[in-house]
Design a protein around this ligand. Structure first.
Ligand SMILES: Cc1ncc(C[n+]2csc(CCOP(=O)(O)OP(=O)(O)O)c2C)c(N)n1
Ligand SMILES: [Mg+2]
Length: 372
């Protein structure tokens, strides 16, 4: 058997990606924090321009949502340890800029579908913190009536299509939702989120092939947090440059800094434009890092504290707050006011969940079939 050529280190070329030139970057070592720092320094100047391009109200909303998701999940961790939340619970702490930036780039009637690490996506899509917390508590006031729990949040009213526990299972479903939009002739787009471990699933490849072949308005968002449970990317993937996988199916793709909420928003905006105007799919590899364990029961023996702390220096909330302060968009008083409102919203959600009744046992027999 002939020896395979080493994977090429170049990204999909900018000129092959209409409208995407600015965000295409040189390849970096996947887990070299020093290099990521360097990238960030370069992006600092761009940051100022990015901030100026977005209205203040939107900037404050992005910050509010990221802080809300962070504090909400800190509350989840507390409630989990008190036994109020049972089953699996996968926190999103460290990755908030991805869901918030991406979902800020779509309309209310667009679709979002994602994995089990979805508390943040649900909140960013418009499911209330009350309904998410009640769902985690298994209470009837939850968005899935207390029958889904942490991994199965759904809310059709805001086109939030879950919450899926099978790794990569949501990718063909998201492709199908995008097919539905095109079939019905609407201009709705679908954001389909998944982790980098899902990219090794056949369903990912089948979906990308069909999406490009049939020109489906789907933006595939790989949240590359560099670990699938306790397995690092470099132990599991032959071609670790996820955005390159788009080449096999001729999709446009981009590599994005997932610690930068505005960079995420801009990349998704470009994907959305392609999808809405021309029914074209996009693959985005958004590089991020989870600060907590895979789930609440993860002892975390597969990585060092020093590695986590290195990434925490690029905490997306700290970075965004600092650039808003630096650029005079907010001052300390505005920040304190946001923190105060967030605290109230989170406390309210915990009270709501505590007080919400358990589902009636007869609910066991409802919502069993898709057409009910
Ligand atoms: C088909 C399938 N295989 C294995 C599992 C067990 N499992 C749950 S999460 C996970 C890792 C997924 O990692 P990734 O896709 O990177 O998402 P992340 O947890 O990092 O957000 C695995 C292997 C599963 N749920 N489904
Ligand atoms: Mg992962």
């Amino acid at each position: 058997m002939s020896k395979q050529a080493a994977p090429t280190k170049s990204r999909v070329k900018a000129e092959e990606q209409p409208g995407a030139a600015a965000a295409v970057e040189e390849v970096t070592d996947h887990i070299d924090p020093a290099q990521l720092d360097e990238e960030h320094a370069k992006q600092k100047e761009e940051q100022k321009n990015r901030i100026e391009a977005v209205d203040r109200e939107t900037l404050l909303k992005l910050l509010y949502q990221m802080i809300l998701i962070r504090r909400f999940e800190e509350k989840c961790a507390e409630s989990y340890s008190l036994g109020k939340i049972g089953g699996f619970c996968h926190l999103y702490i460290g990755q908030e800029a991805v869901a918030v930036g991406a979902i800020s780039a779509i309309r209310q009637d667009d679709y979002v579908i994602t994995s089990y690490r979805e508390h943040g996506h649900a909140i960013a899509k418009g499911v209330s913190a009350d309904e998410v917390m009640a769902e985690l508590y298994g209470k009837s006031g939850g968005c899935s009536s207390g029958k889904g729990g942490s991994m199965h949040l759904f809310d059709a009213d805001v086109n939030f299509m879950g919450g899926h526990g099978i790794v990569g299972g949501q990718i063909p479903l998201g492709t199908g939702i995008a097919f539905g939009s095109k079939y019905k002739g609407t201009d709705q787009v679908t954001l389909c989120f998944f982790g980098e471990a899902a990219v090794n699933q056949g369903a990912f490849h089948e979906s990308l092939n069909m999406a490009q072949l049939w020109k489906l308005p789907c933006i595939y968002i790989c949240e590359n947090n560099q670990y699938g449970m306790g397995t690092s990317l470099d132990r599991a993937m032959s071609l670790q440059d996820v955005s390159q996988k788009a080449c096999a199916y001729e999709l446009s793709s981009e590599f994005v800094d997932g610690m930068d909420v505005l960079a995420v928003r801009e990349a998704v905006q470009r994907g959305v434009e392609r999808a809405r105007k021309d029914y074209l799919p996009t693959l985005l590899e958004i590089r991020t890092y989870r600060f907590m364990g895979h789930s609440m029961s993860d002892p975390g023996n597969y990585r060092t504290r020093a590695e986590i702390e290195k990434y925490q220096q690029r905490d997306p909330i700290k970075l965004f707050t600092a650039s808003l302060l630096e650029n005079g968009v907010i001052d300390q008083a505005a920040l304190d006011e946001i923190e105060g409102r967030v605290r109230e919203e989170v406390e309210h959600s915990a009270r709501f969940a505590d007080e919400s009744p358990l589902p009636d046992p007869k609910e066991l027999y409802t919502h069993i079939y898709a057409d009910e």
